[in-house]
Structure formats: C-alpha cells, structure tokens
Design a binder for this molecule. Structure first.
Ligand code: TXA
Ligand code: MG
Length: 387
C-alpha cells in the first residue's frame, strides 16, 4: 500500500512534507515527489542503500545514471568540494567557486528550473556510486518547484531522482500517475498537483567543446544559445532528420520508452497540417492491418481496434469521430508548444486507461520553443512515424 499525501494545500501540508522528509532521511525507501517538470522518485543521493531502492521500485536498469536535485547553490558547492552538506551551518558564500565558468550564465538564467548540467564527480565524493552508474560525471539541477526545494532542504541532502514512472512508461505529471505505476512498490507519494512544464529537464554537457544538449527538455536550444559560451551548442541526440535516415521501424521492434500500452502512430507537423480533417483512410488501413495481426494471434475476428486521437494544432475537433463506436476519445492538448508539453504524457495515459489499441498523435514543430522535447518523446513512444 502506498500513502498518497497532499502538500500543496490544507493544514496538513507542512506535516506531510515533514513526514516525507523524515522518510527520506531515516528509511531506505524512495519517495514520489513533484517537480515542475515531472514527478520524481527521490532518495538521499549520498546513501547507497537509499539509491538502490529507486532502481528496485522502478525496475530500472542500473547502468542508467540518475539526476541529482539540490535546494540551493551551497548544497551543490558541498558536493563539488567532496564534503557532506551541513544544513545547520550559517551560510557563508564559498571563497572560490568550484563551478566551471561555462555554467555560470546558465545557472543565473535558468536555475531554479528545468535544466540539468553535467559536472565532474570529485574524488573522494559524497555521492553514492549507484547515482552515477560508473560515470566520472554527475547530472544536477535545482528544481523550480518550491515544494521540491523545501523537501530537499528538510532532508538536508541532495536527492537523486529519476522520473517516478515504471520503466518504459510515459513520465508521470500527476501524483495519480505515480500511483498507477508504483502503487504498493513505494511507501509514500507527496502530491503537489499537476506539473507545470510536463516534459523532463534539458540535459546539457558544458564540459565538452563545443557544449552539447544530451536530452532536449524544458529549456529550449534557442534559449541556451542566448547565453555567453553557448552560442554554438550542438545537439547530441537524434532529431527528425537523423531518425528519417534509419530503416522504417517495424511495430514492436522499437526501443520502448515513454510508451503507453497502445500502439502510437505519430504524424509529423507538416504531415498533420496536410491532413487537417484527420485521416479516415489511415484509420481504415490501420484497422485492416490490426485485424490481420489479431486474427493470426487469436485465430478469430474481433471488433476492430479502439482508436484514440491526440490533437494539437491542425486536426479539427470531431476529427476521426466518423470512424464510429471504436473511437475512445479525441483530445485537444493545446495549440501552443508549452501547453502541448504540459498535456502530452497525461493524454497518452488517459487514452490507455480508456482502452485504446491505437493512438494517432498530431506532432508539433521541432524548432518552436520546447517542441524539440515534445517531438523527441513522441518519436520514442511511436511505433510508426508518418512524414
Ligand atoms: O526533469 C527531470 O530531469 C526529471 C525530474 C524528476 O527532475 N528527472 C529525470 O530523470 O528525467 P531520469 O532519470 O528519467 O533521466 C535522467 C537522464 C538519464 O537517462 C541520462 O540521459 C541523463 O539524465 N544523465 C544523468 N546523469 C548523467 C551523466 N552523468 N551523464 C550523462 N547523462 C546523464
Ligand atoms: Mg525518465
């Protein structure tokens, strides 16, 4: 059984926050908590036994490093100096910063916020080896969520936290999503309401020359480029152009990530625009294909696939409804990129819950604000991309 407690309203909020902090301090059990990007599954980053609990609860491969969350810069300086953080010390600014100069403008501009930076892990280090998964660097961010920062401050130690979904599922943007995936596998979820950004942090490596973006996220590449030293930042992840060069991926052969149970068919923005009315002929052909695979599997005819549609900008309301009783839902998640990001993971989960077999998703523009993050997640979730 998992305790689900509220922390953003009501008189219980403070004591619930304290309860979560205590669990993190005293037990080796990970706790679900809100950040502005997605919900995290946190543990004291300085204790191995605590960090191991994260991998166990998520079913996450242990060669995948975790992001560290700090409440303030002094906590980060403590990690860089290799010393345990002392919560009770009256804060005096460190004389020399151990932070590489390249990160200073980024931190000034984007922290607290959805940006993760890579730093060299000092020797000796206070970080548990499970956090970095054998790498010589660690990833760290200061979340914009004040609830997250209060929690970290109360624990008095940095929190290692991946997204609080079961491995391969879409990231959770509400406490309810965390419960769907991890009920009974963790002791406590701190509910702070829905996340405001909805996609994970941007991960950057400023230690390489030129600096690179390892994962697109809540801070866009255009925003990064406005910072001194980051004008020539490169993408070190696959974008549409590269994915297009690969052989078409067969359904079921994808690398599973961000995936609902349903099969996701993604329409790139230009393709979606050309099909404003939404695709009755596509639905027909996907239905035929779906039926043929099901007949092979089950040896019998079924009622046809249940269809879900996620709309953004071009597809009309009522789009696809003509396909009749098999339509489970058609949801508009927003027209501007920020709203799309905020509603995306939730919509994928919602259509799963309604029993969709196939979800048709209308994409957005890669180069518009945090559109790169949205499309990166969707291309990973999709078993088929139409362009
Ligand atoms: O917004 C977020 O970043 C959320 C919330 C909870 O803060 N966290 C999150 O964590 O997305 P996770 O574990 O799902 O993603 C962590 C990713 C890893 O998959 C890896 O790509 C990158 O961050 N990462 C972490 N440490 C790294 C390192 N030392 N070197 C390279 N990549 C690293
Ligand atoms: Mg994740």
């Amino acid at each position: 059984y998992t305790w689900h407690v509220n922390a953003d309203q009501g008189s219980q909020s403070i004591s619930n926050l304290q309860q979560a902090a205590e669990a993190l301090r005293l037990w080796d059990e990970p706790v679900g908590f809100p950040t502005e990007t997605v919900y995290g599954l946190g543990a004291d980053a300085t204790r191995s036994a605590a960090v191991k609990g994260i991998y166990a609860a998520k079913g996450r491969p242990s060669d995948n490093p975790l992001i560290i969350h700090v409440a303030d810069l002094s906590m980060l300086q403590s990690i860089l100096s290799g010393e345990k953080h002392d919560n009770t010390r009256v804060e005096s600014p460190p004389k020399t910063s151990l932070l590489p100069a390249i990160y200073v403008p980024l931190i000034e501009r984007f922290w607290p916020g959805p940006l993760t930076i890579l730093l060299k892990n000092p020797t000796p280090t206070v970080l548990a080896p499970e956090v970095t998964a054998g790498l010589s660097t660690f990833g760290v961010r200061m979340p914009a969520s004040s609830l997250a920062r209060s929690l970290i401050k109360s624990v008095g130690a940095p929190l290692a936290a991946p997204s609080a979904n079961a491995s391969t599922k879409p990231s959770p943007t509400t406490a309810q999503h965390v419960l769907e995936d991890l009920d009974g596998r963790i002791e406590l979820i701190l509910d702070g309401g829905p996340c405001s950004v909805g996609v994970e942090s941007t991960v950057v490596d400023g230690l390489s020359d030129p600096p690179v973006v390892l994962r697109p996220g809540g801070v866009s590449i255009d925003e990064l480029r406005t910072c001194p030293g980051w004008e020539k930042v490169q993408k070190a992840y696959k974008d549409a152009a590269e994915i297009g060069k690969e052989a078409p991926r067969a359904p079921g052969m994808k690398y599973k990530h961000y995936s609902p149970k349903a099969r996701v068919v993604l329409y790139e923005a230009s393709f979606a625009e050309g099909r404003r009315g939404v695709l009755p002929e596509d639905i027909d052909s996907f239905t035929k294909e779906w039926l043929s695979t099901r007949m092979e599997l089950a040896g019998s005819q079924t009622g046809g696939p249940r269809i879900g549609i996620i709309r953004t900008r071009f597809w009309a309301a009522g789009a696809g409804v003509s396909s009749g009783p098999n339509m489970v839902n058609s949801v508009l998640i927003g027209e501007d990129t920020r709203s799309i990001a905020k509603g995306l993971f939730s919509a994928l989960r919602e259509l799963d819950r309604r029993g969709a077999d196939i979800i048709f998703v209308e994409g957005t523009l890669d180069d518009e604000d945090i559109g790169a993050a949205v499309m990166n997640r969707l291309r990973k979730a999709a078993s088929q991309v139409r362009r």
